[in-house]
Design a protein around this ligand. Structure first.
Ligand code: SAH
Length: 254
């Protein structure tokens, strides 16, 4: 009996996987991967058998129980099975179900972290999620409940919403209802970490305008302190400190 290594592939380009993740991926005999992972990652394990189990809502759907069963089956037949997940496996990745299924079957597991979409979006837009004096807390939230309802409850100075890309107008209404002011900054980033990343700036009240631009692309919405561009004074000081030039105002597309 082998073991299963869960590896966070990161949000986009293959080089955003961790060195540890790449090292373990190279040892894989079988890789079960999600639709969002970069095909270039295959070069890290060219001899492995790659099985696509992606479950994007608008693509072919494979049930979670089938994925669990495939993990157990391959772990029983091979030494190293990799479960490659987009971003970080622990963030909206159904890791719990898969770990439980493997524990139930007595199969050893390891989890290697990855760069989650919220962090990749912060990097792409150069907007730190925490801000001294204004942003002391960050929440990662899925806008969708298990029943498919949209829900928002204000919990942090900076909130990052996953899986809301198709309901931005409704999210705007929910955010207003749960206490955000209409002029609070909202930064929308799709395909963060890829070469075709898009970024647009909004306020909570006009967030719905982002829908067309980001349609059909994996998207995160950052609201509050961490959504605001850093001030010109801060940028100039940062650029001076490294001997460079101040970066331009946030652009759309990014
Ligand atoms: N485990 C992943 C999240 C999976 S849930 C992670 O840690 O990032 C899928 C949702 O993640 C998408 O609906 C979208 O909201 C977000 N997402 C994934 N990749 C993204 C990317 N490259 N850019 C922006 N959002 C992304």
């Amino acid at each position: 009996m082998g073991r299963v290594v869960f590896i966070g592939a990161g949000p986009g380009a293959a080089d955003l996987i961790t060195v540890r993740g790449a090292h373990l991926l190279a040892q894989a005999e079988v890789v079960l991967f999600d639709a969002l992972t970069d095909p270039a990652l295959r070069n890290l394990a060219p001899r492995a058998r790659w099985i696509n189990v992606g479950k994007r809502g608008f693509c072919d759907s494979i049930g979670q129980s089938l994925i669990n069963a495939l993990l157990v089956k391959h772990a029983n037949e091979r030494n190293v099975v990799v479960r490659l997940k987009g971003g970080d496996p622990s963030v909206f990745g159904r890791l719990e179900e898969e770990l439980e299924a493997l524990a139930h079957a007595g199969i050893e597991c390891e989890v290697v972290p990855g760069v989650t979409a919220a962090i990749a979006a912060a990097a792409a837009t150069q907007r730190p999620l925490t801000r001294r004096g204004q942003g002391r807390s960050v929440s990662l939230t899925t806008a969708m409940t298990r029943e498919g309802r949209l829900l928002a409850v204000r919990t942090a100075d900076t909130e990052v919403y996953y899986m809301a890309g198709r309901q931005l107008a409704a999210l705007s209404r929910r955010l207003l209802a749960c206490g955000w002011t209409g002029d609070a900054p909202a930064s929308v980033v799709s395909r963060a970490g890829w070469s075709d990343t898009l970024h647009s700036d909004h306020t909570v009240s006009n967030l719905g305008r982002a829908a067309m631009l980001h349609a059909g692309r994996p998207t995160v919405v950052t609201v509050g302190a961490g959504a605001a561009p850093i001030s010109h004074a801060t940028r100039a000081a940062a650029a001076a400190a490294v001997g460079g030039t101040a970066i331009a105002d946030s652009a759309s597309p990014n």
